[in-house]
Design a protein around this ligand. Structure first.
Ligand code: LLP
Length: 426
């Protein structure tokens, strides 16, 4: 971990977090470059060098993207906006894939015009639209067809995407016909199959099941005379949120959460996929960036409502929506440990909603007004899902590299809040 304590003070690489928050204020996202690099390299090794398309949706700050591009990652995008950011961050079009259950015509056009490597399609109707637009633009388009294998990823229902009741992918039986039809279209080249069964998956079994499904399915396609050359196995590798940081003065968290065992994944999933002789791609987001980022805020007040303690901070659901949206757990630690006394409190933000909390009934070292708190493992699906609700300003982002640090997104200002509004009449 590149976030660690040195004499009760939280550091990222060689920089004390306190120095950053004193200079740039809170709430603020802070990322470790070394951790991003370490995560990527570990994954690349575990995936035996197969292609990694980083899922921009997890965190699309261009500086983070540049690090990953320089390490050899491609980009998995789900909107024209993400394609735009990927291109601006230096990804080659041939390293970009474009997925999504509801692509607009304008987005499809944008993807084709910019020569992205492939489009991952999720319904038959979409293929006709793509074919028409490809013909108009006089460009042949490579497609992967996303199959819904009806496999339960055993994760939170909101991020489980491979079961038959979800909106994602095409029913495998119907997809055979879709492969056949698309195979006859002059402007379309179907090169592969795509699956993504969910996110924050910590059991290897659903992945094994999916790989076996792909094996059987490709056999079936071959019997029908359909040959493919690419498999995109999606993302979903689960990380550890509890006890992300251990230190003798921190309360130990009840350790029921797990991370995916990457060794098992390499040993049990890869051989199945590799046996097919196709090019294999993965689309991880969270694994690469989650533990490389923290969100730091300040204690504004402490209060007690009858028996319940509240620590009111400047971190709200507007900065990190995961706890309220998925009941997600993030370890929260003081930037400076001033007390070994542990208290139990709800850690909440200033937004006018009861659902505005970062943690419920959390055991935490005693803190008081003005102390800083770090919400760990916030690098993925943190800043990207932030909002201006309650007219709050989106936070700044900092990248730390050794003893250097860089502001990679400035805090919004009041004028940003009104920059797009227009007075109808003067
Ligand atoms: N590929 C596809 C098609 C996806 O839908 C996703 C995530 C990924 C790749 C990357 O998955 P990852 O490796 O990051 O698990 N906001 C939620 C997570 C939403 C995931 C959406 N799709 C959260 O905060 O947990």
């Amino acid at each position: 971990m590149h976030f660690y304590y040195k004499v009760d003070e939280l550091y990222c690489e060689n920089v004390p977090i306190r120095k950053i928050v004193e200079e740039f204020q809170t709430p603020i996202y802070i990322y470790s470059k070394a951790q991003v690099i370490e995560n990527f390299n570990l994954l690349k090794e575990s995936l035996r060098g197969h292609k990694i398309l980083y899922a921009l949706k997890a965190n699309s700050n261009p500086e983070i993207l540049k690090i990953l591009k320089d390490l050899g990652a491609g980009a998995d995008t789900v909107s024209a906006g993400e394609i735009y950011i990927a291109l601006k961050s230096g990804f080659k079009p041939s390293d970009i894939s474009f997925a999504g259950v509801g692509k607009y015509d304008e987005e499809i056009k944008f993807a084709i015009e910019n020569d992205v490597f492939s489009l991952n399609v999720e319904n038959e109707e979409e293929i006709y639209i793509i074919a028409k637009l490809a013909e108009n633009l006089n460009k042949k388009v490579r497609l992967l067809i996303r199959i819904n294998p009806d496999i339960d990823a055993r994760t939170h229902p909101y991020i489980s995407t491979g079961i038959k009741t979800s909106k994602f992918g095409i029913n495998p039986d119907e997809a055979i016909d879709v492969f056949k039809k698309a195979g006859k279209m002059p402007w379309i080249e179907v090169i592969g199959i795509h699956t993504h069964i969910g996110s924050q998956i910590t059991d290897v079994e659903p992945f094994i099941e999916t790989a076996k499904f792909i094996l059987r399915y490709i056999e079936k396609l071959e019997k029908e005379g359909i040959k493919i050359s690419h498999i995109d196995f999606g993302g979903g590798i689960g990380v550890k949120y509890k006890n992300a940081l251990k230190y003798e003065k921190l309360p130990l968290e009840n350790d029921e959460d797990r991370e995916l065992n990457l060794n098992e994944f390499s040993k049990e999933v890869l051989p199945l996929l590799e046996s097919l002789g196709c090019e294999i791609m993965f689309e991880p987001g969270r694994f690469i960036i989650a533990n490389a980022g923290i969100l730091v805020g300040k204690v504004l007040y402490k209060k007690k409502n009858r028996d319940k303690n509240f620590i009111i901070t400047d971190i709200a659901m507007t900065e990190l929506i995961r706890p309220v949206l998925y009941g997600a757990y993030h370890q929260i630690v003081p930037v400076e440990i001033k007390s070994t006394e542990i208290e139990t409190a709800d850690i909440v933000g200033p937004v006018c909603e009861t659902s505005d909390f970062i943690a419920k009934d959390r055991k935490i070292n005693k803190v008081s007004r003005g102390d800083y708190l770090a919400v760990l493992t916030s690098g993925a699906y943190g800043f990207v899902a932030s909002s201006n609700y309650n007219s709050r300003l989106r936070p700044a982002e900092i990248l730390i590299d050794g003893e250097n640090y860089y502001l990679i997104r400035s805090r919004e200002t009041f004028s940003d809040l009104l920059s797009k509004t227009i007075l109808a009449k003067k």
